[in-house]
Design a protein around this ligand. Structure first.
Ligand code: G3D
Length: 186
C-alpha cells in the first residue's frame, strides 16, 4: 500500500487536488522513494525522456507527483521551473552518502527556495536524508547543517533520515507532510 493512500482518500472526499514535487540531484533516490509513496492506484501519466530532461508524473484522482532531477540540466531549468507554480508540497531528496555533491544539492535547494513562484509561499518542504544505510553516510543533523536548513524561516520544513530501499524513515516524513497539507486545505 502506498504511504499516501490515506491522504489520497481524504483529498478525494474533499474534492481537492494536490501536486507534490519530488526533487533532488540525480541518483539521490527519488524514484525509489516515490515508488514507495505513490498511492497504489496511481497511474504513470507521462515519462518525458527528452534529451537531458525527464519528468515523471503519477496521478490518482486527487494527488499527483511530479519528479525530476535537478542536476546537469542547467539549460532545461526553465522547463522544470514551470512546475513550481502549481505545487502545494515539496519533497527534496539528498544522498547523505554523497558528500562531494552535497554542496551542489545545497545550491539547487537555495535556487529553488528563492524562485519567485516558491519564495513567498508557505509550502511545506520535506527533506529526506536518504541512503542512511550506507556506511559513512551523514546523519540527518549533519545534512541539515550542511544545507543550512535553520535559515529557512518562511516555510515549514522537516528532515528525516531514510533508507528508501527498505522503506525506513519514509512513514515519519509522510506523516509530517500530510499533517502540513491537511492544515492548508479547508
Ligand atoms: P534518482 O531517481 O534520484 O535518480 P534512484 O535515484 O531512485 O534511481 O536511486 C539511485 C540508486 O540509489 C539506485 O541504485 C537505488 O537503488 C539506490 N538507492 C536509492 N535509495 C537508496 C537507499 O536508501 N540506500 C541505498 N543503499 N541505495 C539507495 P542502482 O544501483 O539501481 O542505480
Amino acid at each position: 500500500m502506498g504511504l499516501f493512500d490515506k491522504l489520497a482518500g481524504w483529498l478525494g472526499l474533499k474534492k481537492k487536488d494536490v501536486n507534490v514535487l519530488c526533487l533532488g540531484l540525480d541518483n539521490s533516490g527519488k524514484t525509489t522513494i516515490i515508488n514507495q509513496l505513490k498511492p497504489t492506484n496511481a497511474r504513470t501519466q507521462d515519462i518525458v525522456p527528452t534529451i537531458g530532461f525527464s519528468v515523471e508524473k503519477f496521478k490518482t484522482s486527487s494527488l499527483s507527483f511530479t519528479v525530476f532531477d535537478m542536476s546537469g540540466q542547467g539549460r532545461y531549468r526553465n522547463l522544470w521551473e514551470h512546475y513550481y507554480k502549481e505545487c502545494q508540497a515539496i519533497i527534496f531528496v539528498i544522498d547523505s552518502a554523497d558528500k562531494l555533491r552535497m554542496v551542489v544539492a545545497k545550491e539547487e535547494m537555495d535556487t529553488l527556495l528563492n524562485h519567485p513562484d516558491i519564495k513567498h509561499r508557505r509550502i511545506p518542504v520535506l527533506f529526506f536524508a536518504n541512503k542512511m544505510d550506507v556506511r559513512d553516510a551523514l546523519s540527518s543533523v549533519k545534512v541539515s547543517q550542511v544545507l543550512g536548513l535553520e535559515n529557512i524561516k518562511d516555510k515549514p520544513w522537516h528532515i528525516c533520515s531514510s533508507d528508501a530501499l527498505r522503506g525506513e524513515g519514509l512513514q515519519e516524513g509522510v506523516d509530517w507532510l500530510q499533517d502540513m497539507m491537511k492544515a492548508n486545505i479547508h
